[in-house]
Design a protein around this ligand. Structure first.
Ligand code: B16
Ligand code: MG
Length: 227
């Protein structure tokens, strides 16, 4: 039986909700290009890297052909606007139940890592007052592959000095759940309405429903049954 020793968290949508700010920053770019996106469409950008997000937006208007320099400029503008929007983030923006969960995990001796696609993760953690809580933050710039590839979750476990099956991964995106499962890590899905091929081990609707003891117990039992 595997003992759970580590917890690996996605950031946006799990620790804090910056999805709306990503949406507003992308919407400004999309409007300018004459591409219509709304909040429902924006769901597909969750967990997806900045560059891939731009490509998905541009795919909505196949006749909008931009060269590498123009794309680079749009990526810079999007991030500059996003940085303006996150400038006012404080500890009050930590999602409900997360502070208690992190505290319980710390006192329970779990090692904790952040596996976020966001290059702004260290800055956001600082604004939230959580910089010292995590033992590791994977730098997405050092990765070869983006989610749904398992690399970021494998690297998170490695940084904690643990095997992937000794950790539990927490995600709010389908790409993230696939990455966690492909890494061989038990997965907890938060607020994901419909799943594809990759199913989580535990599902909750919102972060305040996350109960650490119960999650660890369920995952451990499941592993024991499935061998
Ligand atoms: P940045 P996560 C992801 O964060 C967001 O869900 C996604 O919408 C965003 O495009 C991506 O980070 C990159 O963010 O532009 O700040 O580098 O959910 O993996 O924590
Ligand atoms: Mg996320």
């Amino acid at each position: 039986m595997n003992e759970i020793k580590g917890l690996v968290f996605d950031l946006d949508g799990v620790i804090t909700d910056t999805a709306e700010r990503h949406y507003l920053a992308w919407k400004r770019i999309a409007d300018r290009l004459g591409i219509a996106i709304d909040r429902e469409w924006n769901e597909r950008l969750k967990g997806i890297s900045r560059t891939e997000s731009l490509e998905l937006i541009l795919a909505e208007k196949p006749d909008c052909l931009l060269d590498a320099e123009e794309k680079e400029q749009l990526l810079k503008e999007k991030n500059a606007h996003y940085l303006e929007l996150i400038a006012e983030i404080t500890a009050a923006d930590i999602l409900p139940g997360i502070s208690d969960l992190l505290e319980e995990a710390k006192s329970g001796g779990y090692r904790m890592a952040i596996a976020s696609a966001s290059k702004n993760a260290p800055l956001i953690l600082e604004r939230l007052g959580l910089s010292t809580v995590f033992d590791a933050v994977v730098d997405p710039e050092t990765l070869t592959y983006n989610k749904p590839h398992p690399e970021i979750f494998e690297r998170a476990a490695q940084a904690l000095g643990l095997e992937t099956h000794e950790c539990i991964g927490f995600e709010d995106s389908l790409a993230g759940i696939e990455g966690i499962k492909r890494a061989g890590m038990p997965a907890v899905a938060i607020g994901i309405p419909v799943f594809g091929e990759w199913l989580p081990d535990i599902e909750v609707a919102v972060t305040k429903d996350l109960k650490l003891e119960e999650i660890v117990r369920k995952v451990t039992m499941k592993e024991r049954v499935e061998g």
